[in-house]
Design a protein around this ligand. Structure first.
Ligand code: LUZ
Ligand code: MOS
Length: 751
């Protein structure tokens, strides 16, 4: 089945926040934000701005009727700064005007005085000053302290990875409409409608049932709208509430880039020990996460960093500690992978470092240490249904590692100024929100009298095609054509208490909820068919829109059956609720079984470095991926390709630069380069593993959103290998991104 939105997307007919028809009396809001990274607010003067013709009002924290607090996990973030500011881009006031242009002009007229303080931008300084978001977390298995003496090979190192701009095509935005009795309806480009509803109610001092959040689709989220769509939505609601007029707030690209948080940069010190036969015996890591000025989702992200600290390997002795460091940068947030890519980059760098020291391919160390059935993860979950061995074998069968490596060697022998490198990245990604309570979802399915079907769920469509998959699930259970089924907007009044669409779990959780509701409806309809045909329900089934009796087609069509059921006063609506069984996690002992299942895979990346210029091309990425039993291979391949290229961007060209005053330097697409068609791999081959799937995946079709992001990491190591071939003096540093500038310096580095 094709993505149901593709025709409209291509024709520009799909509706995003900025396409919603606004009513005539609508107003426009823009945030006024801090221009310093740390300091006290001494005075603020709005009078010049308020004088501008067309300005309606300017709101500060004094205008907030409820609590000035938007922190979701830790209550440490004001919607509008009161006495002090902690990062450049922190909202202080909301300017509301008749047009967006007037609002922008007015905000330039606001006068503000600060008492400026020294900002912290560096995680090492933050840790030294004990500037932390929360106490550190530690996962332990075995005993590393006593393990080192049994390790003939012990290496230490430091690994750094940079931030990343989400760059969703649709910027943050919302449109709030005041209704009667103080109620509000808001359209928001959010992954978390319930988060917007809950925080909005708190700030406005009203109840959740006063707010209706409606989401048709997002022009991309990537985690950037899991938590950080909320402040802008709440600002629109606050303004609408105060003025009793509809208010639209859509950030410009520039505002969006400098006001919102990004992927967390990490700095990590590690120690790794191996036996003579290359078994990893012990691994210690101390991750320093740059959280920015408030918690946002950082505590949850630190957790996933620890969960993935050993990637695809069994290591009997592990000590992994993470510090969430509070700095004067915009609060960093969820981004595809949610802290896992950062720690997987660390363990892969450690393995690569060992391989370089021992002068062997990293692949040999990787293969020997793969997780096997019944191994234990550092968090206590026991490995089951592991696919790594079969993935590795399938990769070798399809792409012959030795031929591949030999062709790279031959190329390097024949070329002086172009050099190639190849790398292998296995992945093991845990599926479920690590916070167990978030792993449930609801659906509401209506069958209308004419046989058409409307489905609401908590799933937010953000380009990942979850709506298409929901239709497939309903069509599969009811055996009706997909064009009978419509997916309604995601709306907190129809489906309440939703978890954000995140953690790669949206299709699993909401799909299961749709499946449950449709099965209940099917049972009712089959019962009616049994009555009509005066037969046992066991002999009835519905197939391709017809009632079948003892596997023979009858002349009762779907819509006739539905009408008959309606006339017999049968309820044709049903809600479904699904919660992931078995999962648990005890934070006190840091042990449990947090994940429904794991997704596995491997990527083999070949790059060519231009040794004169320092730029590079990704020749090919060959992937064996564990889709389980994919319910839509084209859509899932699209997720793999997008995630891969996004991952490549993170470790190669995307470089977020803040100066030491906390000012974002890379705040436009002229200074922040993301992969385009020319920098995408020339060839991407995706071979689905003939895997077993999991009963906890919807129709055994495993989650696919985040895991393949990690394949992109392979390009980092392949580029480094190519540099090493050209320049034997090159000493690799494990610091992403590997920009062309760094490549060039590496190519001509002298001992
Ligand atoms: N969001 C979240 C996530 O709240 N919890 C998670 O475990 C998670 N994992 C990946 C992406 N978003
Ligand atoms: Mo996400 S990083 O699944 O919002």
């Amino acid at each position: 089945m094709k993505n149901i939105d593709s025709n409209n997307h291509v024709q520009g007919k799909s509706i995003f926040i900025d396409d919603i028809t606004v009513s005539q009396n609508s107003l426009y809001a823009v945030p006024f934000c801090s221009t310093i990274a740390n300091g006290k607010i001494l005075s603020i003067n709005l009078s010049e701005a308020l004088k501008l013709v067309g300005v309606i009002d300017i709101f500060t924290h004094n205008d907030i009727p409820g609590e000035n607090q938007i922190g979701a996990i830790i209550q440490d973030e004001e919607l509008l700064a009161e006495k002090a500011v902690h990062f450049i881009g922190q909202p202080i006031a909301i300017v509301v005007a008749e047009t967006e242009l007037i609002a922008i002009k007015a905000r330039e007229l606001i006068q503000i005085d600060y008492d400026e303080l020294e900002p912290i931008t560096d995680v090492r300084i933050a840790k030294k000053k004990n500037s932390l978001i929360a106490p550190p977390r530690k996962f332990e298995l075995g005993n590393t302290d006593s393990a080192w003496e049994n390790c003939p090979f012990v290496y230490t190192g430091t690994v750094k990875s940079g931030g990343q701009e989400h760059l969703y095509l649709e910027t943050q935005g919302s449109y709030a409409i005041p209704l009667e009795n103080g109620n509000i309806k808001i359209f928001s480009s959010t992954q978390g409608p319930t988060v917007v509803q809950k925080i909005g109610a708190k700030v406005l001092g009203i109840s959740m049932n006063n707010i209706e959040v409606d989401v048709t689709r997002l022009g991309g989220g990537f985690g950037g709208k899991e938590d950080q769509a909320t402040p802008w939505a709440v600002m629109a609601m606050l303004s609408a509430h105060k003025l009793n007029k509809p208010v639209k707030l859509v950030l410009s690209r520039y505002d969006d880039m400098y006001m919102t948080g990004k992927r967390h940069p990490y700095e990590t010190d590690y120690k790794i020990g191996l036996s003579e036969d290359l078994k990893i015996i012990a691994f210690e890591a101390e991750y320093l996460q740059n959280a920015g000025a408030a918690a946002d989702l950082s505590p949850a992200i630190t957790e996933r960093t620890l969960f993935h600290s050993t990637n695809s390997y069994f290591i009997p002795n592990v000590k992994a500690t993470v510090y969430s460091c509070k700095t004067n940068l915009p609060p960093n947030t969820a981004f595809r992978g949610f802290g896992a890519p950062q720690s997987i980059f660390v363990i892969e760098s450690a393995i690569k470092n060992v391989a370089n020291q021992l002068n062997i391919p990293a692949r040999e160390i990787q293969e020997i240490n793969f997780l096997k059935e019944k191994d234990e993860f550092p968090y206590g979950q026991i490995v089951s249904d592991v696919e790594l061995q079969s993935i590795w074998q399938t990769a070798h069968n399809n792409f012959n590692f030795y031929d591949l490596e030999k062709s790279v060697c031959d190329f390097n022998d024949e070329n002086d100024l172009n050099k190639r490198g190849v790398s292998f990245i296995p992945i093991t990604f845990g599926i479920s929100f690590t916070n167990t309570m978030m792993n449930h979802a609801r659906s509401l399915v209506h069958i209308y009298q004419d046989g058409s079907i409307g489905i609401s769920t908590g799933a937010v469509e953000m380009g990942q095609s979850v709506n298409t998959k929901m239709i497939q699930v309903a069509s599969n259970v009811l055996s009706v054509n997909t064009d009978r089924i419509k997916i309604e907007s995601t709306n907190t009044t129809r489906v309440a208490n939703t978890s954000p669409s995140a953690a790669s779990s949206t299709a699993d959780l909401n799909g299961k909820a749709v499946e449950i509701a449709c099965k209940a409806l099917l049972t009712r309809l089959v019962g009616i068919a049994g009555q009509i045909l005066s037969t046992e329900v066991e002999d009835i089934n519905i197939h391709n829109e017809y009632v079948f009796h003892k596997n023979k087609k009858t002349n009762i069509k779907w819509e006739e059956l539905v009408w008959e059921a309606f006339t017999r006063r049968i309820n044709l609506s049903e809600s479904g609720h699904y919660f992931t069984p078995e999962i648990n996690f005890d934070k006190n002992i840091e042990k449990g079984h947090p994940f429904a299942y794991h997704v596995y895979g491997v990527a083999i990346t070949t790059v060519t470095v231009d040794c004169l210029r320092g730029n590079y091309e990704i020749e090919s990425v060959k992937i064996i991926h564990d889709f389980g039993k994919s319910m839509n291979q084209e859509i899932d391949n699209g997720q793999i390709e997008g995630a891969l290229v996004q991952g490549i961007g993170w470790v190669t060209m995307e470089e977020i630069v803040f100066d030491d005053k906390g000012t974002l330097q890379s705040k436009a697409l002229s200074t922040y380069k993301v992969p385009d068609l020319y920098s995408a791999p020339k060839s991407i081959q995706i071979v689905p593993l003939d895997g077993r799937g999991s009963d906890k995946a919807i129709l055994k079709s495993k989650a696919v959103g985040e895991p393949p992001f990690i394949y992109g990491i392979g390009s980092f190591f392949a580029i480094q290998d190519a540099i090493s071939v050209f320049n034997p003096d090159y000493i690799p540093k494990y610091e992403a991104p590997m920009t062309p500038e760094k490549v060039l310096l590496g190519l001509y580095q002298k001992k």
